[in-house]
Design a protein around this ligand. Sequence first.
Ligand SMILES: [Cu+2]
Length: 296
Amino acid sequence: MLAIGWFKTVIDSGDFQTMISRHIAKSWIFVATAICAVIAGSAGAAEPQAWQLGLQEPAGSIAEKATSLHNLLLVIITAISVFVLALLVYTCVRYREKANPKPSRTTHNTVIEILWTVVPVLILVVIAVPSFRLLYYLDDTKQTEMVVKITGNQWYWNYEYPEEGLAFDSYMVDEEDLEEGQPRLLTVDYPMVVPEGTKVKLLITGNDVMHSFFVPALAVQTYSIIGRVNEAWIDVPMGAKSYYGQCNQICGVNHAYMPIVIEAVSADDYAKWLATAKEEFALNNMPVSTMLASAQ
Ligand SMILES: [Cu+2]
């Protein structure tokens, strides 16, 4: 599916059409080069594309594993659907009343009954092995290098960096305030910033109603539930890039207007961001006794 998406993007690009008209089908190397150029050109943002087919380009080990499981399942379900359709068509044609006026009265066939029980079980086992492998991989957050606590609110996200003592709200930027190149309904004022090539533990919770933290390219989708902290992690690959996502649990009238942006930046840029963010978004770490004393 991904390949079809890439191919369409390639066909739509003017450069590709000019190239093809000059060297029509000269060599597959041209096609491969064009595909690589489109992939390289699209680096910088992970967001949905117009007429996109298939999943977003996977980013990080979790997304790669999820995509390959998806591709395996796609082959299996396609094969099953085609097989069942072929059986139906064959039965309808071969055993129609005209071709088969005297129907068989068979009610049991031991061999077929064993087959249609055992074969689906085997298919489920084949699916279960990679599924469980991925589930356990998702569950293991021991290797993570930093923590971000994410709280879903009606209708914005709050990002807290407990190790750095800072927290801030992240609101969608209205259409009239967008700058050149910023995607509509996906741009926020303060994105969640993380250093590139980092495994980040996410602690996801809710403040009012149920929300869901969903960033397709990083293959994270976790419910944000009031009074409960769900754990997930993302494996942010190397490269400065914006990863776009949305709340995908219907959470009220502005459900569609609480996008998520995870901004991966270089280690240097992250240090710079952290310095400013610590001033701007510092949590009040004053001890309770001091706060009570100053309130009197
Ligand atoms: Cu929501």
